[in-house]
Design a protein around this ligand. Sequence first.
Ligand code: PLP
Length: 484
Amino acid sequence: MNTREPLIFDKTSPGRRCFTLPACDVPQKATSDYIPRKMLRNQDAELPEVSEIDVIRHFTRLSQLNFCVDTNFYPLGSCTMKYNPRVNEESAKLEGFTKLHPYQPVEQCQGVLKLLYDLEHMLRDISGMSAFTFQPAAGAHGELTGMLIIRSYLEKRGEKRHKIIIPDSAHGTNPASAALCGYEVESIQSNAGGLVDIQKLRAAFTRDTAALMITNPNTLGLFEKDIVEICKIAHDAGGLVYCDGANMNALLGIARPGDMGVDILHLNLHKTFSTPHGGGGPGAGPIGVTEALSPFLPVPRVGLVNKNYVLNYQYPDTIGKVRAFYGHIGMMLRAYTYLLTLGKEGVRKVGEYAVLNANYLRHKLKKYYDIPYGKTCMHEFVISAKNQKKKGVSAMDIAKKLLDYGFHAPTVYFPLIVEEALMVEPTETESRETLDGFADAMIRIAADIEQQPETFHNLPKTTPVSRPDEVKAAREPRLKWDHR
Ligand SMILES: *Cc1c(COP(=O)(O)O)cnc(C)c1O
């Protein structure tokens, strides 16, 4: 593959045009006849002068430089980069949905309201929660919404609790969301097995504590087997339990957080429920709550009255709106299609295969890499490259080498409690052949690190950009063509 593609400006040839049309044979208006003169530019815009085929080839080549789930295996832990069936896109682009206006009277949008109503019931069945809102635009936004609900609920009870407890294995968004809502965050150290330390939790969860924020399965890919007791500790102390369910793959159709005692749960439709994601594209982080918390959900909520779907605003305890209109409807169309095409059996198979695939890889790799926590895993597992690091090869070097083998790198350096972490989440949509290919590459890398560790430092060699300065790229992005 040619990995270099010049800027389209560098392909300019003065006078070259994208089209040829016969001379105009009707009277022509001057631009200034219909656009006020003061709004017109004085000089022509500096646009590239290229032919149509130049444009097509340029952008097609650029699109092929993208590394994506549609081209290669993408085991990015915690991100659930599963394949997203095309039928989801077909239903999301149906005109009946895309041409709806959010201010249209509800009598004219019964279809989409029914869809939201039904999707809410499906997610209730899957999660064991009593009610959902679809407004939050992403997982972290769901967390913030959850924190606002917890605060309103406790205030209504006349309680001033100011602390949220979060295990040290949590996703970085958890403490950020709690802090944004004005809570003090107390981190508790995981035990030697990588799970919540029950003794430490009991000691930390005081009358000042509003809630525990827990991820289950946690970010080490382990199921918190004491979850029922954990919830009881929080409830006995008068607090609540928030569960980060961004990655629900392992539990789908098998176990329900609502049955375990969780009070609030967010789901990432753009992870577990198959919407393409990454690059900041639209997502959806619906949250589900218990009956007791449901009066605090954002409004409007979709209801069914005498066979008519309605948008209900009459909830005096609501925290209000957290998003314009009703959230990202396109994501809900995709999730709804996904669930309908899977059916109950299929949903459970997603869970089973996600866990099977992760354990298959884990088992193949454990002779070659240190896997510090757990004997089996849920939908993901975390490798520590600390032995490879002793030879001078870091988790980052391994990740870069994988790109040269045609695999997206696993998540690196997260969770923070694992030294030189590589977090692998294969997802259920990959075949055994693909998993074997990835395992072979990882095993070859382990062998090469023994023999020739010095070859790992200037990789990757096959990508358009090798090792960008990631901090500089984020802080000082150069996003436009500058001809000077
Ligand atoms: C992805 C993720 C989030 C955040 O979700 P966004 O949609 O990126 O805001 C939170 N928690 C966990 C465990 C995640 O994997």
